[in-house]
Write a protein that binds this ligand. Structure first.
Ligand code: SAM
Length: 336
């Protein structure tokens, strides 16, 4: 089986795909109130194009995939992309990161289409605060989405909490408490300074180590081994609890030495890192004359395959040894 290894000897086997730069929320740390100018429709990769890239990248040793955005469920027909990707031989894990607002509607279809796992971004358990952080989002919609996800049989549900001083750091214990009688993983994530965050007020950094300290002050905990699908999170659980806790200090202690991922933006840029390192536009390769669409997937010519291979290797070797924890990216374009 083929493996891609970068110049820092990291095996790259994971691709996070942003399927749209649109989002149905405007989180204070992610998107400005007035929204962003969106990519033109013709610039966005079609599902056939995405699925063909997936099919190709499996040959290079990529077996884990995650759909993100923008908001992946805001892209019409997303379940058909899931179905197409789940049917690709060699796709071992197919997950999605969503804000959960539309999950009540889509959870069953996503399950039927072959999605393996779902992470839900949820920064507060307070309805009023949720509406403020997301600029108008409904916490009730997220809760009913979570119920639906469980009802249709998704396992290993993760809740991602971006922890922010003065915004939701008063809810650390409440989030931890959720894991006592629910089989979910709550993961605390450090706020990264990105292009919009630099301009926006009202969200400031809170170190994940302090979250750990607060939880350990209140409960006895036991460490958990990293398990497949848990990526960079350090994990433990409150003794006797059904669920678990994860901690991602992407800023204070980046996990770059173990980074196994690349990213694909919805307009076809293959990126080496969330924050830095550079990217290669693979859309011109995909759209090169001669590609034929058969059975809803594109048959790449030998020339295209060579160019794609070159692009993937170029990008893995752009991966920085370690990132700085901040950058000028627009998170909803790159896909958090
Ligand atoms: N709309 C989907 C969602 O909400 O999960 C997927 C895209 S969103 C950009 C992916 C993740 O990035 C979310 O968990 C969000 O909280 C996180 N995120 C966005 N901006 C961030 C920032 N500045 N620092 C840390 N996480 C951020």
């Amino acid at each position: 089986m083929k493996r891609m290894i970068d110049k820092n000897l990291r095996t790259v086997n994971y691709l996070r795909i942003s399927v749209t730069d649109m989002c149905n929320l405007r989180c204070i740390y992610c998107r400005p109130k007035e929204g962003l100018s969106l990519f033109e429709r013709k610039e966005i990769l079609t599902f056939e194009e995405i699925c063909s890239i997936v099919r190709y990248s499996v040959n290079l040793g990529i077996h884990k995939f995650r759909l993100t955005g923008g908001e992946p469920l805001a892209r019409k027909g997303i379940e058909s992309l899931v179905r197409c990707m789940a049917g690709v031989s060699g796709v071992e894990d197919l997950a999605m990161t969503t804000n959960g607002i539309l999950l009540k509607k889509y959870a069953a279809e996503l399950k039927n289409a072959g999605l393996s796992r779902i992470n839900i971004s949820l920064d507060t358990l307070n309805a009023e605060k949720y509406s403020k952080i997301t600029r108008g989002g409904s916490l009730e919609a997220v809760f009913s989405g979570i119920e639906e996800v469980k009802k249709v049989g998704f396992k290993n549900l993760k809740i991602n909490v971006v922890i922010m001083a003065g915004v939701n750091d008063d809810e650390i214990e409440e989030f931890a408490q959720l894991t006592i009688d629910k089989n979910i993983e709550v993961r605390f994530i450090e706020l990264m300074a990105t292009r919009n965050k630099k301009k926006l007020k009202g969200a400031s950094f809170f170190p994940v180590d302090m979250v750990v300290e607060r939880i350990k002050r209140q409960w006895e905990t036991e460490p958990l081994l990293a398990k497949s699908g848990n990526g960079p999170a350090k994990r433990f659980r409150i003794i006797g609890s059904k669920g678990s806790l994860g901690f991602i200090n992407a800023v204070s202690n980046p996990f770059c030495s173990n980074c196994n991922r690349l990213r694909l933006t919805s307009d076809g840029k293959l990126r080496s890192c969330l924050l830095e390192g550079g990217e290669v536009d693979i859309k011109p390769i995909i759209r090169e004359q001669g590609a034929s669409i058969a059975n809803r997937s594109i048959e790449f010519s030998d020339h295209q395959k060579e160019e794609l291979c070159e692009a993937f290797y170029k990008v893995i070797n752009m991966k920085p040894k370690a990132h700085e924890g901040s950058s000028d990216v627009v998170m909803s374009q790159v896909g958090g």
